[in-house]
Design a protein around this ligand. Structure first.
Ligand SMILES: Cc1cc2nc3c(=O)[nH]c(=O)nc-3n(C[C@H](O)[C@H](O)[C@H](O)COP(=O)(O)O)c2cc1C
Length: 63
C-alpha cells in the first residue's frame, strides 16, 4: 500500500519538506489549495492569516 502525504503550504516551506519526504519514501503528494486566495507577502499575510486563525475559519479547499 502506498503512503499519501496531504499538506497545505502558503509560502512553500511545507511543500519543500513534503517533496523531500516523497523523495525518500516514494509516497504520493496531495497539496490542499484553499478556494479563498490568501496574500503570501508582507503585513497582509499576517493580518488575514491571523484573522483566519483567531476566527477559527475552516477553509474550503480544492485539491
Ligand atoms: C498568519 C501566520 C501565523 C503564523 N503563526 C505561527 C505560529 O503561531 N507559530 C509558528 O511557529 N509559526 C507561525 N507562522 C510561520 C509559519 O508557520 C512558517 O512561516 C511556515 O514555515 C510556513 O509554512 P509554508 O511555507 O508551508 O506556508 C505563521 C505564519 C503566518 C503567515
Amino acid at each position: 500500500m502506498k503512503d499519501l502525504i496531504v499538506y497545505y503550504s502558503l509560502e512553500g516551506n511545507t511543500a519543500y519538506v513534503a517533496d523531500k519526504i516523497k523523495e525518500k519514501t516514494g509516497a504520493d503528494l496531495l497539496r490542499l489549495v484553499p478556494k479563498k486566495v490568501y496574500p503570501d507577502k508582507g503585513f497582509a499575510k499576517f493580518f488575514w492569516g491571523g484573522k483566519s486563525a483567531v476566527m477559527a475559519e475552516k477553509l474550503a479547499t480544492e485539491a
